[in-house]
Design a protein around this ligand. Structure first.
Ligand SMILES: Nc1ncnc2c1ncn2[C@@H]1O[C@H](COP(=O)(O)OP(=O)(O)O)[C@@H](O)[C@H]1O
Ligand SMILES: [Mg+2]
Length: 285
């Protein structure tokens, strides 16, 4: 039986250090694999006796292809290549959420910057535009009016690469003082935080502060519906509260960062340990 856990990462940050430490603490054989050194030949199996691969690769393209290559070589990868592909692309996530009936803010896709102007008229101002692939709130832009939309879309049109010209447009959920982050591991909610920020984007990477958030039935239902819709095993679900208090899912992060979550819960909820417990259960299966 192959029991080694391979932790796939090109950068070992706080989360990866906590995961490696949790593996050691539980006495689970493991190895850290640098994604940048990974290559595979179709039809051959990986020589290493990896029972399961935990994909912590930070780059979207590398994460998707690493998962796909390792699955092609008969390895079990968490999250799967399919889930990584969907979660890493905001439009594909929205499609999956909508198909599963998970409430989200109103969202549109425009295939050119010109069409994005029309999409914003449909959605109404203020609107939010986001890169299809991205995180930490990077380039997520609040567009207050048509005048600003026109100039921002000129910038979008000047970006290189066809993918940059496909514009994800979303209704802006007003008066957000905070959003919610729910950590899910193996179909169970580990816990949740509110993220508060002085700016409108509440990413911890942008300086937002995390506070414990009560895990209500409604929150659990929304978070698990979202992770099921995108087939993610381990995830950080971002949600906002709509005007009537309804929970709306923004995205599902497949390579969840949990430094803010740990700080908020003062270490009482150990995400790394829950992840390792989940992986070990998979190894035994
Ligand atoms: N439709 C929206 N209405 C209001 N605020 C939003 C909306 N979409 C995103 N935000 C804010 O921007 C942050 C980043 O957006 P998100 O979709 O989670 O992208 P990222 O992958 O960059 O984290 C969210 O945490 C939230 O604070
Ligand atoms: Mg987010």
């Amino acid at each position: 039986m192959e029991r080694t856990v391979a932790v796939l990462a090109s950068q070992v940050r706080l989360e990866e250090r906590l995961l490696l430490a949790a593996l050691s603490r539980r006495g689970v054989a493991h190895v850290q694999v640098d994604t940048r050194r990974l290559r595979s030949v179709l039809g051959e199996r990986v020589p290493e006796r990896w029972g399961v691969v935990l994909n912590r690769e930070i780059g979207h393209t590398r994460a998707v292809y690493a998962a796909s290559a390792l699955e092609a070589m008969g390895r079990s990868v968490v999250n799967s290549a399919a889930a990584t592909e969907v979660c890493g692309d905001k439009w594909r996530t929205s499609v999956a959420l909508s198909a599963a009936g998970v409430p989200t803010p109103r969202t549109a896709l425009a295939l050119t910057p010109e069409a994005a102007l029309d999409a914003m008229e449909d959605i109404g101002y203020p609107a939010v535009i986001k890169p299809l692939v991205g995180s930490w709130g990077r380039l997520v832009s609040l567009i207050p009016d048509r005048h600003t939309a026109t100039t921002v879309l000129e910038h979008v049109a000047a970006l290189p690469g066809p993918r940059s010209h496909v514009v994800y447009v979303q209704e802006c959920v007003p008066d957000l003082a905070r959003d919610l982050r729910v950590v899910v591991v193996g179909g169970e909610v580990v816990g949740a935080t509110y993220r508060r920020s002085s700016g409108w984007r509440t990413n911890v990477a942008r300086g937002a502060v995390s506070e414990p958030c009560p895990v209500t039935t409604e929150l659990t239902k929304a978070a698990l519906a979202a992770t099921t819709a995108v087939a993610a095993d381990i995830a950080g679900v971002d949600l906002v509260e709509g005007a009537d208090g309804e929970l709306l899912v923004l995205e599902v992060n497949h390579r969840v960062e949990f430094a803010g979550f740990h700080a908020a819960h003062e270490g009482r909820l150990d995400v790394a340990d829950r992840v390792v417990e989940h992986l070990v259960t998979g190894l035994r299966a």
